[in-house]
Ligand binder design. Structure first.
Ligand SMILES: [Zn+2]
Length: 379
């Protein structure tokens, strides 16, 4: 009997040991599986921290294959590479994600958008457009993709397509971007004008001003076209409209008027003088002086300065004046001339970016018509 109990006990003990061993084995297996999942991630992060992006990528590709949830980590990583300017790596990450058959729909969309943004940031605009197109095929009201396409069309000076995209965006957002549209039309006017399609240019400019009369570039272009066509009356009307709606841009008219001596003498000078006498706008007078200096030289600039009786009120104005009307050979004149060559003349009222040459679209925030002449004490 005792022997039987002993055998039974021994058998139970063996069974218990076997069960424990089995459990241990499966725990080991799970651990090993977990290791397989986690290790590449940790290794990837480690490589990333030690600034070895290629090795990090290799490990993280592995992670993304093993676990669906890591796709989001992967997307963030791609975005980080793009922000750092490493577009090739960002593209590789997003392309890798897109070939995964098990990627959920929402993440697939995100990866497609991210890949388009990689191409756009890397300057591959055609490929970016194709990629954004894929996003818009699936979701035609995708605001981010529409905005990006508009930006690319503007960057590539494809004004008709940019306008089309703006209209689409307006419909989706429920907005009305009349001034933006007017500036796009004004760029089409510039193209017509370059090709000497004057009728189309005038018609488009009028359309732009119907949309928004404060579109300054359309006024300037119209004045330019009328002057080229010897339509002095039309030119004067356009200049007057610019004066009424966006007088800060009047300096842009001065070189146009000076280009035709007869027009300048007969009506241009009076137009400019009337504005000066009424507003005493210092920045305007200085721009006028500078234009005269460029076309007719220092003596003519000094003569104009005397007739305007301009007494500059800010250091910036003093330097601008000295550069064109200062005594020859004087240190201040030489310094001012040097300073004038590189000084920034315009700033954006939206984002504060400063530029040397006038632009109708801000290079910083891409707003239209937001650049203003820098005046006052700012150097
Ligand atoms: Zn700006």
């Amino acid at each position: 009997m005792n022997t039987l109990i002993l055998i039974a006990l021994l058998a139970s003990l063996v069974l218990l040991v076997w069960l424990l061993w089995q459990q241990n084995q499966s725990a080991h297996l799970e651990e090993a599986q977990e290791d397989a999942r986690i290790s590449p991630l940790l290794r990837g992060i480690n490589y990333l921290l030690s600034d070895e992006p290629d090795r990090a990528l290799r490990e993280l590709v592995q992670v993304a294959r093993l676990r669906t949830e890591t796709a989001e980590v992967y997307l963030a990583l791609g975005g980080m590479f793009r922000t750092k300017g490493e577009f090739g790596r960002a593209v590789r990450i997003h392309q890798n994600l897109l070939v995964r058959p098990d990627l959920p729909q929402a993440l697939h969309m995100q990866a497609q958008l991210a890949l388009a943004q990689d191409f756009q940031s890397g300057g591959l605009l055609d490929r970016a457009l194709v990629q954004f197109g894929k996003v818009l095929d699936k979701q035609p009201d995708h605001v981010q993709a529409l905005e990006a396409c508009l930006r690319i069309r503007e960057q590539s000076s494809e004004w008709e397509k940019a306008e089309e995209m703006l209209m689409r965006l307006d419909r989706v957002r429920g907005t009305l971007s009349s001034l933006h549209q007017a500036y796009l039309l004004a760029e089409m006017v510039r193209e017509h004008n370059t090709k000497k399609h004057h009728k189309a240019a005038i018609k488009t400019a009028e359309k732009a001003l119907e949309l928004d009369t404060s579109c300054a570039s359309a006024h300037v272009l119209l004045a330019e076209i009328h002057l080229a066509q010897k339509d002095d009356k039309g030119a004067l009307a356009s200049m007057q409209r610019l004066r009424d709606t966006a007088p800060q841009h009047l300096p842009l008219l001065v070189p146009l008027l000076l280009a035709d001596e007869k027009v300048y003498r007969n009506q241009g000078k009076k137009f400019l003088l009337d504005y000066w006498n009424e507003k005493k706008d210092e920045a305007f007078a200085l721009a006028w002086l500078e234009a005269v200096y460029t076309v007719n030289g220092r003596v003519a600039a000094r003569r104009l300065l005397a007739s305007l009786k301009l007494a500059p009120s800010a250091l910036r104005s003093c330097l601008r004046m000295a550069a064109v009307a200062g005594e020859k050979g004087e240190p201040l004149t030489d310094f001012s001339k040097q300073w004038r060559k590189t000084v920034r003349n315009y700033y954006c009222v939206q984002c504060g970016v400063e530029v040397v040459e006038m632009r109708w679209q801000c290079p910083g925030c891409h707003e239209w018509g937001s650049m203003r002449p820098i005046a006052g004490e700012v150097l």
